[in-house]
Design a protein around this ligand. Structure first.
Ligand code: ADP
Length: 309
């Protein structure tokens, strides 16, 4: 089973308008509400590949109930820890070829709620063979928190795939035990290493050998339409992908993480896992919906990905 962790989920609202008029009333007819948060995208895409998934994290209030209800409807198991605060809304307004977003920061979490979650997380580990951790940490949770989860999973010999950014990523890389795998994009690497993106892109192998990454077995640097550059233990891979018609790349990184988790859980060879990961990212980019793929196209898409050592 793949256990996905989403500490700050949301109910994402999408409003589609012909035109956004400022300082006036905008009436909207095309509305979509979905359980959101990077970890929930991972859950959906892993589930669509036929893998058993359990989603965990923190939820509260009516929107928390909405998140759980939607996962149940989609056939995805979940074990969330309940909090007193209320799960947030994130609003995206699609208008005139633009996407204007309004993101609530989410509830504040108490120390007791953090400890209750850790207890819940530990009860889920014996049935898990891969753990994914995605996204930012909510207010009130220490930036070193992900290391606690990594330590618990490591005690059970379960690989942890960590997809976060900023302080949460920097903290997780500065402590032991390290995550098994990280999946930064170039801009996340640039802010982590405080170096120019182009400079990193031109010397990726060198940067990925910095002491900061010591102990991280697998680093997948996703490069959008350019595929990925990967450090897999002591080997390096350049992964190239075909040119595709993109509808919306939002969530492609999460779909990629889902592909990596599914491949690791099935103990596939590195080349196969990387093809699966790229294919999942591309199939997500070919859909309007975030964190959704057309799974029947997986095998064909994987055959078009090239992995060079
Ligand atoms: P993130 O969303 O984390 O920034 P990327 O944008 O690198 O991640 O996307 C992850 C993967 O999704 C890519 O490695 C690629 O396989 C696929 N992908 C994303 N954007 C595109 C695109 N424009 N064309 C083709 N594939 C894409």
């Amino acid at each position: 089973m793949i256990l996905t962790v989403t500490m700050n989920p949301s109910v994402d609202i999408m409003y589609q308008l012909d035109e956004l008029v400022l300082d006036d009333v905008n009436r909207v007819q095309t509305i979509k509400k979905t359980a959101g948060g990077k970890g929930l995208n991972v859950s959906r895409v892993a589930h669509q590949q036929g893998e058993a998934v359990t989603a965990t994290g923190l939820v509260g209030g009516e929107l928390g109930e909405f998140v759980k209800h939607q996962l149940t409807e989609q056939g995805i198991q979940h074990h969330f820890s309940m909090i007193n605060g209320k799960t947030r809304n994130c609003i995206a307004i699609i208008h005139e070829g633009n996407q204007t977003e309004i993101l609530e920061s989410g509830p504040s979490i108490s120390e007791e709620e953090v400890e209750a979650f850790i207890t819940e997380f530990e009860t889920l580990l014996p049935d898990s063979d891969v753990v994914t951790i995605s996204g930012s940490l909510p207010t009130g949770v220490s930036s070193a928190f992900y290391t606690r989860l990594i330590a618990k999973a490591t005690q059970h010999h379960i690989p942890v795939l960590l997809d976060t950014s900023g302080t949460a990523l920097a903290q997780a890389l500065s402590r032991e035990p390290k995550p098994t795998m990280i999946k930064p994009n170039l801009s996340e690497l640039a802010s982590l290493l405080q170096t120019d993106e182009q400079q990193i892109a031109d010397n990726l192998a060198e940067y990925l050998q910095q002491p900061l990454f010591k102990g991280v077995d697998i680093i997948v640097v996703s490069l959008g339409a350019d595929g990925a550059f990967v450090k897999w233990h002591d080997s390096f891979y350049r992964v190239t992908i075909p040119k595709i018609d993109v509808v919306s790349p939002v969530g492609s990184g999460d779909a990629t993480l889902a592909g990596l988790a599914v491949g690791l859980s099935r103990e596939e060879q590195p080349e196969v896992i990387l093809k699966r990961a790229m294919a999942a990212g591309m199939l997500n980019a070919q859909q309007q919906a975030t964190g959704m793929i057309e799974a029947s196209k997986m095998t064909q898409m994987m055959s078009e990905v090239k992995v060079h050592q």
